[in-house]
Design a protein around this ligand. Structure first.
Ligand code: SAM
Length: 313
């Protein structure tokens, strides 16, 4: 079968909304090529080193690649994608060069192409994420391994926003904690929470592909009795209080549910937020404080920010 590879040259900030647009139009096998990420992995000494070819990876932004079947709707679908991307400008999302290119590929090529970049990566002091197809042996006895099949959901676990979230979980999860993961994607943060000692996680995502992907990864890591996964909009209808809420979602979405997060946390509980682009840091901070939270840490990686807020005792 012949496929069409669509490549979008954009910014870090636009990766998640563009990925969502591509999912919605039925594109498969999303690959995110971020030269900054590849450089970062090079220094870490884990897995196979990805060689950067400066010709292929000029420092001009992030490339998102996805694959569409070659059929008579292709032209229309590409137009739909372009229009939906341009609509993001209305939400003040920087699209960078916003170049869209199309080329033809064969199925076998892309199946191996998108797996090439996913290697075992040490994400935090204790956690290493390894794709299911790699046979990875832990280097030390206290290393915690998360097996991940990123499939179509965001993401491979190595995006800076996910890394910051995992570092937050590592700092604030206490043994026996109850956790909620809002926007679970591939389920990586839910799995990390349990590996770090949490007793249970409620994982929610609006996207049914993400719900499916979380269920799959939870099963791969044998944690079905500890993680429940449900399709849900943010914290709508969620009752009870937990010790930790983690959410790696865009700033615009976090500010929509800070009050619910406050209500769903026990006094002294932590709200670990991530996915916040630098320029929106202050507005998220302000909303958290307005809802009654104390800000206890702010961490940054590349253009991304994670804020950890605590509900007073
Ligand atoms: C940036 S991804 C994070 C995925 C994963 N937690 C991680 O850290 O890699 C954000 C996720 O939030 C989900 N999402 C976006 N809006 C949502 C909403 N209103 N309610 C629930 N989930 C939402 C998206 O479908 C996506 O899976």
């Amino acid at each position: 079968m012949k496929w069409s590879e669509i490549t979008i040259l954009t910014t870090n900030e636009a990766v998640e909304p563009i990925s969502n647009i591509l999912h919605e139009t039925g594109a498969s096998g999303l690959v995110i090529e971020d030269p900054l990420d590849l450089e970062r992995f090079e220094g870490e000494g884990f897995g196979e080193i990805v060689e950067l070819d400066p010709e292929n990876y000029p420092d001009e932004g992030v490339r998102i690649k996805a694959y569409l079947p070659m059929n008579s709707f292709l032209g229309e679908t590409v137009e739909e994608i372009k229009q939906a991307i341009n609509q993001l400008l209305l939400y003040d999302i920087d699209l960078g060069k916003n170049q869209v290119t199309i080329s033809e590929v064969h199925e076998e090529e892309w199946a191996s192409a998108w797996k090439k970049y996913y290697k075992p990566v040490k994400i935090s002091n204790r956690i290493t994420i390894t794709p299911t197809w790699e046979d990875y042996k832990p280097v030390s006895t206290d290393e915690l391994i998360i097996e991940l099949d990123p499939g179509m959901a965001f993401g491979t676990g190595t995006h800076p926003t996910t890394v910051l979230s995992i570092q937050g979980l590592e700092a604030y999860i206490e043994p026996g904690d109850k956790v909620i993961d809002v926007g679970c994607g591939s389920g990586v943060l839910s799995i990390a929470s349990i590996k770090l000692g949490a007793e249970s996680v409620q994982a929610f995502d609006l996207d049914e592909v993400a719900v499916h992907s979380t269920k799959l990864n939870v099963k791969l890591n044998h944690l079905q009795d500890k993680v429940t996964t449900k399709q849900n909009n943010l914290l709508d209808g969620v009752e009870g209080q937990v010790d930790v809420i983690v959410s790696n979602i865009l700033a615009e979405i976090i500010v929509r549910f800070v009050r619910e997060a406050y209500n769903n946390l026990r006094p002294g509980g932590h709200f670990i937020t991530s996915g916040i682009i630098q320029k929106k840091k202050q507005s998220v901070r302000d909303q958290l404080v307005e809802a009654g939270f104390d800000i206890i840490s702010v961490s940054e990686m590349e253009d991304w920010v994670s804020i950890v807020a605590k509900k007073p005792e």
